[in-house]
Design a protein around this ligand. Structure first.
Ligand code: F6R
Length: 243
């Protein structure tokens, strides 16, 4: 794991945006794995600014998001599809047909999970996967004790994850109890991973990630130690106690 230590959220976001732009310019047919949540928001803002200024072209890229809540329509302001539209897709020239998120409304969820895996394979796999991390070490919505061999699947969200995400809803009662997420094996097949980490609420997770602890399913992010191309961009607050 290659660590880039940065001052703050702004610097993390700038480095992440530069990284992504470089990837898209190097390979205009890039398959990007994208995340939602608070962490990548500023990175998306910077990508939009860059697109306006430098005309970075997203016409031939494909995107796969990590996850989506169960039961929310894409037009629901708390769905991840809506988040992506607002924070990125509506402002760059990515083609609708190249945008992929699991559907939380699929009648046959098992089928939907399988189809998501097939779509990723058909595109040749993910070139660059952007990740955030939960304070309990989750990646995507793979909570502690998820099998490292897992593929796209339905998860029951833990109380701590629902609490952490309640800030995006009117009340915690409205946070869905289930989501569809790429599995850990799916994430690990990405050719390259960029993990973004900011803020002191992530400091314990970072301490654990950089400890001697061997990869284990109690702490999902620990699997990243087995990936050959992981870059972690983390700010000082997140790295308190690590460096
Ligand atoms: C989001 C995702 C999650 C978040 C994680 C951190 O698509 O899969 O794993 O990356 O929960 O969330 P924030 O960035 O809100 O702290």
């Amino acid at each position: 794991m290659n660590l880039i230590e940065v001052r703050d959220y702004e610097e993390m976001s700038q480095i992440a945006a530069d990284y992504l732009v470089k990837q898209v310019r190097k390979n205009p047919a890039s398959v990007l794995g994208l995340a939602t949540g608070g962490t990548p928001q500023k990175m998306y803002e910077l990508l939009i600014a860059d697109h306006k200024k430098n005309k970075t072209n997203y016409n031939t890229i494909t995107t796969f998001n990590l996850d989506e809540y169960m039961g929310l329509k894409p037009t629901d302001p708390t769905s991840y599809r809506y988040y992506m539209d607002q924070n990125l897709f509506n402002h760059i020239n990515v083609q609708e047909k190249n945008i992929n998120l699991p559907s939380g409304l699929a009648a046959n969820v098992e089928e939907e999970c399988k189809k998501y895996e097939v779509r990723i394979q058909e595109k040749g796999g993910i070139d660059l996967q952007i990740l955030g991390i939960g304070s309990n070490g989750h990646i995507g919505f793979n909570e502690p004790r998820t099998a490292f061999s897992s593929r796209t699947h339905v998860v029951n969200l833990t109380a701590s994850t629902r609490e952490a995400n309640a800030r995006f809803f009117d009340s915690i009662k409205e946070v869905p109890t289930q989501a569809i997420t790429m599995g850990i094996a799916t994430i690990m097949e990405s050719k390259e991973i960029l993990l973004l980490v900011s803020g002191e609420e992530k400091a314990d997770a970072m301490k654990r990630l950089f400890s001697q602890e061997e990869p284990n399913e109690q702490f999902p992010a620990s699997i990243l130690k087995n990936h050959p191309h992981v870059t972690i961009v983390a700010d000082k607050k997140a790295l308190k106690g690590v460096v």
